[in-house]
Design a binder for this molecule. Structure first.
Ligand code: SF4
Ligand code: SF4
Length: 361
């Protein structure tokens, strides 16, 4: 499907066109930061900021909301229960490539059989329109290391690159193709557009150097070697177990399920809400046993989820290198720094082993 061009002054019209068929979510300014929000009225399209740096929460909140009703039950008879599994057709406009990767990772986890029907229904009803990045926006990002600077293989519909007065729009799916055709304001990209896109890509590549001293294909292995490292104790001494890092993470999807009973003590609502492996109660089970009682084991678990477990489970990156967890951590705990340190430790232990071998010969 050939790339298309959308004149920049047509973006508002395109957004209004989308609102005719879908609920539209897009990035808007929130104080000095940015957030994805639903655009409620046609007048509000002027709030859309395709030039945002990074949003506080990733777009996962539309697919896996912070609070979600799972079941309404009317009495002791389970047949009276009602599960509100439904979704309105939605477009998420303006997702950066690393957030598209994070959705692909969450898809792999939540849509694997048996699929989570609440997530899958929303995801099936959602189209994704991405927007390209120009480079890092803070020192905690490492998308180049995690290979998330370009959109993933599939799972998105349109992908836009800002060429100044126009957007260069790549088409990723049949739904994306139908969308731009129905909008009637796109034209096929020509030679100058392709050249301008190439120039954009060249500049982008130079703005996104790798920041880790190793190829992240070896990250799961390095994580394994670091399991007993004192690093986790040292870092955890600064951690408050607040759970902010997991809330802002685009690939975190753990949740807790609670029943809220009405006064009749029989009817009520079952709902889920985001949970965090950093909270003390996360791994607590009946009888009071806690599998990750110590802060260091919880912190290590998060780092292992991101650097090893999710990748091994889904084949997709468990961390997309967006830097949100580090930027928002009240204790300045940096996942990039931790991934640098495990490599330093592995190098030191490799040198020690080599020295010990030499001595014993
Ligand atoms: S945000 Fe920082 S302080 Fe809070 S749980 Fe995460 S690592 Fe610990
Ligand atoms: S672990 Fe941190 S850097 Fe990695 S995807 Fe989550 S928020 Fe982004």
């Amino acid at each position: 499907m050939l790339p298309q061009i959308l004149p920049k002054d047509k973006l508002a019209d395109f957004a209004r066109f989308l609102m005719g068929e879908y609920r539209l979510a897009a990035p808007v300014a929130k104080g000095h930061q940015f957030a994805f929000e639903f655009i409620e009225t046609p007048e509000d399209v002027g709030r859309i900021r395709m030039d945002y740096d990074i949003t506080i929460l990733p777009p996962k909140k539309f697919l896996h909301p912070m609070y979600e009703e799972l079941l309404r039950f009317g009495g002791r008879d389970p047949a009276t229960g009602e599960a509100p599994i439904q979704a309105e057709p939605t477009v998420i406009l303006g997702a950066h490539p690393y957030d598209l990767h994070a959705i692909a990772t969450t898809d792999a986890a939540m849509r694997a059989e048996p699929a989570d029907p609440y997530y899958a229904t929303k995801r099936d009803a959602t189209l994704l329109i991405g927007i390209n990045i120009r480079g890092y926006v803070n020192d905690e990002q490492f998308m180049a290391d995690m290979r998330t600077t370009e959109p993933p293989e599939g799972g998105w519909d349109l992908f836009m690159t800002d060429l100044g007065d126009r957007y260069y729009v790549e088409v990723g799916s049949d739904a994306g193709s139908k969308l731009h055709q129905a909008a009637g304001m796109f034209t096929q990209a020509a030679g100058d557009d392709h050249k301008a896109k190439q120039a954009f890509d060249n500049e982008k590549a130079s703005n996104l150097p790798k920041r880790l001293p190793y190829d992240t294909r070896y990250l799961p292995e390095l994580m394994s070697e670091s399991y007993d490292s004192l690093l986790w104790d040292a870092v955890a001494r600064r951690c408050f177990s607040c759970g902010t890092c997991t809330n802002v993470c685009p690939t975190c999807y753990c949740f807790d399920v609670q029943d809220k009973l009405n006064l009749d003590a029989a009817s009520g609502v079952r709902r889920r809400q985001w949970d965090s492996c950093q909270l003390h109660t996360f791994a607590e089970v009946a009888g009071g046993e806690n599998f990750r009682e110590h802060r260091s084991s919880r912190l290590r678990h998060r780092m292992f989820r991101k650097g090893k477990f999710i990748y091994e489970q889904t084949g997709k990156p468990g961390c997309v290198g967006c830097g949100r967890c580090s930027v928002h951590c009240v204790a300045d705990i940096s996942i990039l720094e931790a991934y640098q340190q495990i490599a330093d430790e592995a190098a030191v232990s490799a040198m020690e082993i080599a020295a010990a071998r030499e001595e014993s010969q």
